[in-house]
Design a protein. Structure first.
Length: 286
């Protein structure tokens, strides 16, 4: 599994024109292999521009991106190769479904990797199983299916390439709560079984708190916070100043503490909140 290292990364759109805009500036980050990262930030903070540099969809104005110690923008061959290592699922990926059948859509990436028919078939079935797409849907048109099914098919198409780094931009956007939970559980299952690095771009603080082991917060095109969920969510005022919030569990814990309930420890997940309340009740503090 490759480590990703970003050094002095900056990107300017429409450079040298009246519409010039600096989207990200002087970013230095190291993403170790196998890490589960939540990438947070309000709209326009630079998140989407940043992730498009990680598989060479965008090339830096300044700085460089290294995957496994190699500069991914050395030449067109390096840029091509990194797309197999780093898979990117855009927001609303179901809009990119275009093949006649579900099977062909999932097989599109592996086919472009020039794999044998048997290897393509193995990967399609494996990816479909990860995202809970039933094989009886393989000959259906993806356009006939529900929004949640389309989302899972689109994600399967990226997973079928067996990326060592999987990046997902708001993968639950527009889905109902059950659909959100299923998609996130599928992603966690894939990461657990494959050992891949996963970068989850999200506005949902509860999802980030529950799933990520590291949070990276963007604001104004730069990284303003980088740490564990406990470290990041311990500074709610800073997050609020950037137009973000804290998980619901943390909001409830703050409200209870303001009312005199002595809750112990850092609280940012519902499990932590439940445990702290039960402990406080047992000690007669609420």
């Amino acid at each position: 599994m490759p480590e990703i290292r970003v050094e002095g990364l900056s990107h300017v759109y429409s450079a040298g024109t009246p519409f010039e805009k600096t989207a990200i500036e002087n970013i230095d980050l190291t993403i170790p292999q196998g890490q589960m990262i939540g990438l947070l930030g309000h709209t326009g903070s630079g998140k989407s521009t940043f992730i498009q540099h990680l598989n060479a969809l965008l090339q830096p104005t300044r700085g460089r991106v290294l995957c496994g110690g190699k500069d991914i923008n050395t030449d067109k061959y390096a840029r091509r190769d990194v797309k197999s290592q780093v898979g990117l699922v855009f927001q609303y990926p179901e809009y990119q479904l275009f093949e006649e059948t579900v099977y062909k859509d999932i097989a599109f990436g592996p086919k472009n990797q020039k794999l044998s028919e048997s290897e393509i078939d193995e990967r399609v079935r494996e990816a479909a199983a990860f995202v809970k797409v039933e094989e009886e849907l393989f000959e259906r048109s993806p356009l006939e299916l529900s929004g949640g099914q389309k989302r899972r098919i689109a994600i399967a198409g990226v997973i079928a390439m067996r990326p060592e780094v999987l990046i997902l931009d708001e993968p639950t956007a527009g889905l109902d709560p059950a659909g959100c939970r299923q998609i996130l559980d599928n992603i966690c299952s894939y990461r657990e079984k494959s050992g891949s690095t996963v970068i989850l771009v999200s506005h949902n603080m509860d999802d980030a708190a529950r799933l990520a082991e590291r949070l990276i917060v963007f604001d104004g095109g730069t990284v303003t916070m980088d740490g564990t969920p406990e470290q990041v969510f311990s500074e709610p005022e800073k997050l609020c100043a950037m137009g973000l919030s804290v998980p619901h569990a943390a909001q409830i814990a703050m409200a209870l503490r303001q009312r005199g309930v002595a809750l112990e420890g850092s609280i940012y997940t519902h499990e932590q909140l439940k445990s702290a309340i039960l402990k406080a009740r047992g000690a007669g503090r609420c």
